[in-house]
Design a protein. Structure first.
Length: 318
């Protein structure tokens, strides 16, 4: 029995030792490949940035205008252009079958849509652009925004976390502010004309609200951190696409869930934030958490619409 026990221990030690060696070898190989890919990507982006920088002869204003205004605007309109085709025509069905508020904007009122587009363009050109001029001088004061050396990807992730935290705090409280009866009546009511929102109305707002809730929460993070223009361009583009997804009216596969903010447009007094953290702390999502929309508030990882897999319950008789 002692010999059998000893043999079993030797076999176990051999298996465990072999397994440990294999795992170590695989881990080293994977980390080596990842590091090589990381270095290659870093070199690629650094080289690309320098080409871009010298193409415009280091003209900081031109570079800032392209990075902070043009690239995010193109991201916004390209993404929303696709959604507007679906809103107006009802095609392709691949998009429209994921509509959240069934029967709404099917199709969208084109007159109302034209008015929204006009307001959005006015906000972008007459409000956001002048604010970017002021931001340009703040970023020049920091001195790192137009550096020839790009920030590391690790540092960009740190910045992105801080940007998101600042935006969540500023947006939540300014958003609740404009829901006060007096401010709602004269300012925020314009945005809530769309009880079933579409992507482009993410920045359809009164000028005061566009400054307080749409622009400052997004601009403040990069100004506090003294971020590089490449980080600013990426953050602004990400923020615009994210808010467009939140307003788009479709719960599309593999994209962040828009159920949270769509519910805000439906009920007005719930779900004020972006991430939902402050809503949870302040109890402004309690009604939302009791709904089917809350059950659907997750990333859709299949092609079956959540309105089908988690349908609304039968309505109670009046």
């Amino acid at each position: 029995q002692e010999e059998k026990l000893w043999d079993a221990l030797k076999i176990t030690a051999c298996v465990l030792g072999t397994g440990l060696l294999i795992i170590t070898a695989l881990a080293n190989s994977v980390s080596w490949y990842v590091q090589n890919i990381w270095d290659a990507l870093g070199h690629f982006w650094q080289t690309t940035w320098l080409k871009f920088y010298y193409l415009f002869e280091g003209n900081e204003w031109t570079i800032f205008l392209l990075g902070a205004a043009l690239i995010p605007a193109l991201a916004f309109w390209c993404f929303n252009g696709i959604l507007m085709v679906a809103d107006v025509t009802g095609k392709p069905a691949f998009i429209t079958r994921y509509r959240i508020q069934l029967g709404k904007n099917d199709p969208v009122d084109t007159k109302k849509l034209r008015q929204a587009i006009y307001t959005v363009l006015c906000n972008q050109f007459c409000i956001s652009l002048p604010m970017l001029v002021a931001m340009f001088y703040v970023m020049k004061w920091w001195g790192n925004t137009f550096s020839k050396e790009l920030p590391t990807f690790h540092w960009f992730l740190v910045e992105l976390s801080i940007f998101t935290l600042i935006e969540e705090i500023l947006f939540y409280y300014t958003h609740r502010l404009v829901h006060l009866p007096l401010l709602y009546k004269h300012i925020h009511k314009k945005h809530h004309e769309w009880t079933a929102p579409i992507g482009v109305v993410s920045i359809y707002a009164h000028p005061v609200e566009h400054i307080l809730s749409n622009t400052l929460p997004v601009m403040t993070g990069p100004m506090v951190m003294g971020s590089h223009i490449v980080s600013i361009a990426a953050w602004f583009s990400l923020a615009l696409i994210t808010t467009s997804i939140s307003h788009c009216g479709y719960h599309l596969p593999f994209l962040p869930s828009p159920e949270f903010h769509d519910f805000h447009h439906l009920k007005f007094n719930q779900c004020y934030g972006v991430l939902g953290v402050l809503d949870y702390l302040h109890g402004t999502d309690t009604v939302f958490r009791k709904t089917k929309a809350y059950e659907r508030h997750r990333v859709l990882l299949s092609l079956t619409p959540l309105s089908e897999s988690i349908p609304e319950g039968p309505k109670r008789a009046e």
